[in-house]
Unconditional design. Structure first.
Length: 59
């Protein structure tokens, strides 16, 4: 439930800043990536997450 709340807050901040200044701040993107990696680490899926990110970066 906390992750859903965090995602909603991040989405609202990103939408507002994108609408107002046409840019999404880097700190918001990096914070979201760190939270996602921590979530996958806690649920023992970090390897899949890192492999998927690496594979997508190659394309």
């Amino acid at each position: 439930m906390i992750l859903i709340g965090f995602s909603l807050i991040v989405l609202l901040i990103a939408a507002w800043t994108d609408w107002k200044w046409r840019i999404i701040p880097d700190w918001l993107t990096y914070l979201s990536m760190v939270v996602a990696l921590l979530y996958h680490y806690v649920h023992d899926q970090l390897g899949y997450s890192l492999f998927g990110g690496f594979f997508v970066s190659l394309c």
